[in-house]
Design a protein around this ligand. Sequence first.
Ligand code: ADP
Length: 304
Amino acid sequence: RILIAGELNVDLVFRDCQSFPAPGHEVLAEDAQVVPGSSSMICAMGLARLGGKVAFAGKTGADGWGDFCVSALQNAGIDVTAVRRDPALRTGITASFSTHSDRALVTFAGAIGALRADDIEDALLAGADHLHVSSYYLQGALRPDLKTLFARARAQGLSTSLDPGFDPEQRWGNEWLGLLAEVDLFLPNDKELAGISGCVSPLDGLRALDNGRTRIVVKLGRYGCATLGHAGDLLESPAFKVSAVDSTGAGDSFDAGFLHAWLGGHPLVDAMRWGNACGALSTRGVGGTARQADAGEVEVLLES
Ligand code: ADP
């Protein structure tokens, strides 16, 4: 059983806008959808879609958007016992506006960064085999005690993983190195790896952060993913070719595929391919969760 801790929010996605609105003006969009939006929710739903047993720890407001998030998780078969509803907060919302060539986002953070490490009780950890934290709001209330949370999980025998998400304030620094040492698996994308390591190339970044125990797999978008090989070389796994509709949350679906295979005992190179397959297949639909792959679809792609 995998426990995912992180944020919950909704995405309002306006697609194919005529242009971005100039101040005081209104433009039309060809399509608009409301979809489950956070990094952690996309990863949790991806894992559930692959058949995994998943529990979620997070926080929303006690409002309609919070109901929407909780229902989405429940409909995916995810245990929501540890999702707290805080009447003092409103659920976070991200509005995404895309034209044919560009995208702009507006986020109201609301409850997104409100989950605290002590909201995650020992009994919850005891019921899980693995803790995955995925959040682009890691500098929220979770951040000060995140290292302790991982240490608590490890003390209870759980394996641990972290996707750093996007840090809007770019406050990288030595803090990450300590955090990295507490996790078995670290899943940044290329920009996050560069931000944390200070190195431009993925190979230099992987070498710089290598601590001898944490497996780091870096996501490289349409180039797939890579990790450090035995000889300190770059072990790459190429992406699958897909005609992508929307790559929002591809990294979170990658995490789901990688974790599913890795925790299921597959060798590292297979887990990298599972990650790539789930990342690629998730780009078939709008938003991160609309078209996530089931295990059968992944196997068909892996054999193609
Ligand atoms: P993030 O969403 O965190 O920025 P990436 O953009 O690197 O992450 O995407 C995560 C994974 O999804 C990649 O490692 C790759 O396997 C897959 N992926 C993303 N974009 C594409 C694409 N255009 N074609 C095929 N696979 C893709």
